[in-house]
Ligand binder design. Structure first.
Ligand code: FE2
Length: 426
């Protein structure tokens, strides 16, 4: 007897009428029209069952702190960093943990079950590191939380930067981070990339740097990151986050850069909600979008994922942990409006992001963890269009969250039967 059987599901790859058999927390079989005895059977009624959402770029130490101690007036990245500097001395471990746990609750409700969060290592007390290690321990039964040692104030620029980051890794932080464009000079930025990649290679760690989060077309640390990844044999283990300067780079230079990034196996994470908000702030008109070159990177064979980056913090006052909102913004900003482009945006918040995080057992296939979401949508395109309701969220075969189907009660004169929800007839 199976533990769980989902029938009549549509999968993100377009297969319909599929059954997903679950035993001992794993997917035992995915096949068409399976009828087998199970403890629980759920008829998906042709709706989409997708692997859970993955956020490969977030800042959980700052989340839900919007307005503390004030809001970001200019809306720029740099004022956000300055504001975070004002907030840091006021942080307490208890309050940080409480906010992070509240965000994780939101995430689960939205089917977001794996998050890579950067944690600021600039404060020598490493209060945020200890707090997020505690959060990671507490949420382990329902969220895969991966921590990145992130020297927000610059690993070379801030006093004790290298030592603090090293101590964070010693405490168990998973990934080596960096912020080369915030170092004092281009040369220092390049030196920080080399130093941090060598540190990761020595320790067998993954790398994920904030890289060229700038509108400056001459911010080219992604080139150094790709070169170092190749030199140190870190192919497939290094990620460049943001890479917004690529938006403004010279096209000839980019034609040389893209093959280097692809060959080096460096993944790229765009953060559409934040990039469209923070970049181009020094422009009058026309204002640049400031997101990295997503379709061009994908076409070159680079693994591109989308992150949420911020929710209600010094940089961004919006957000709810909804990766479909991220994908929705991503496809608009990148103008990826073809059916294939929209599906690629869905992959950017699911399978591509899972590859960035090196998640094991991810996907809807035999042998994978039974961690998936039943959405109120008939396919991935409709899921993004409607930011579809997560009807049921499962992790390893266990139901973690349920949300009632969205519907509207209409009372229209002369319309006995009005449209109940925003999907055209099949
Ligand atoms: Fe970030």
């Amino acid at each position: 007897m199976l533990d769980l059987l989902i029938t009549n599901a549509t999968l993100p790859d377009g297969r319909t009428g599929m059954s997903i058999a679950v035993q001992d927390g794993r997917i035992a079989e995915v096949t068409e029209g399976l009828a087998a005895p199970a403890q629980e059977t759920i008829d998906a009624q042709g709706l989409l069952v997708a692997p859970h959402f993955v956020d490969p770029h977030f800042h959980m130490d700052a989340t839900l702190s919007y307005g503390l101690p004030r809001v970001n007036e200019s809306g720029t990245l740099l004022e956000g960093i300055a504001l975070w500097g004002e907030l840091k001395p006021l942080l307490t471990a208890d309050a940080l943990i409480e906010r992070a746990l509240a965000y994780c609750d939101w995430a689960v409700a939205k089917g977001l079950l794996a998050i890579r969060t950067h944690v600021d290592t600039s404060d020598p007390s490493l209060l945020a590191v200890d707090a997020l290690l505690e959060v990671k321990r507490q949420v382990a039964p329902y969220i895969d939380l991966q921590l990145v040692a992130f020297p927000q104030d610059g690993v070379l620029r801030s006093q004790g930067g290298v030592e603090n980051l090293t101590r964070a890794l010693d405490k168990g932080v998973d990934v080596v981070g960096g912020i080369p464009h915030f170092e004092r000079t281009m040369a220092d930025g390049a030196a920080s990339v080399k130093l941090l990649c060598e540190m990761a290679a020595e320790r067998g760690k993954l790398v994920d740097m904030h890289c060229d989060e700038s509108d400056d077309p001459l911010s080219r640390h992604i080139e150094t990151l790709a070169f170092e990844a190749q030199r140190l044999g870190l192919q497939g283990r290094v990620t460049g986050s943001h890479c917004t300067s690529m938006h403004s780079m010279d096209n000839y230079y980019v034609s040389k850069l893209l093959p280097l990034v692809a060959q080096s196996g460096v993944a790229v994470i765009a953060n559409p909600l934040i990039n469209i908000t923070l970049q181009g702030r020094h422009d009058t008109y026309p204002k640049r979008r400031g997101m990295t070159r997503v379709p061009e990177l994908m076409a070159a064979g680079v693994n591109v994922a989308f992150g949420h980056d911020c929710v209600m913090d010094p940089w961004y006052g919006m957000g709810s942990g909804d990766m479909l909102e991220v994908a929705h913004m991503g496809l608009h900003v990148a103008q990826m409006t073809s059916q294939a482009g929209i599906r690629q945006c869905f992959e950017a918040v699911t399978t591509n992001a899972a590859r960035v995080m090196h998640l094991e057992g991810y996907g809807i296939a035999a042998g994978c963890d039974a961690s998936f979401v039943l959405l109120q949508a008939r396919d991935a395109v409709e899921a993004i269009r409607l930011r579809a309701t997560r009807l049921k969220v499962f992790r390893k075969g266990k139901l973690l969250a349920e949300t009632p189907a969205a519907t509207a009660g209409l009372h229209l004169p002369g319309r006995a039967q009005a449209t109940s929800w925003m999907t055209p007839k099949a």
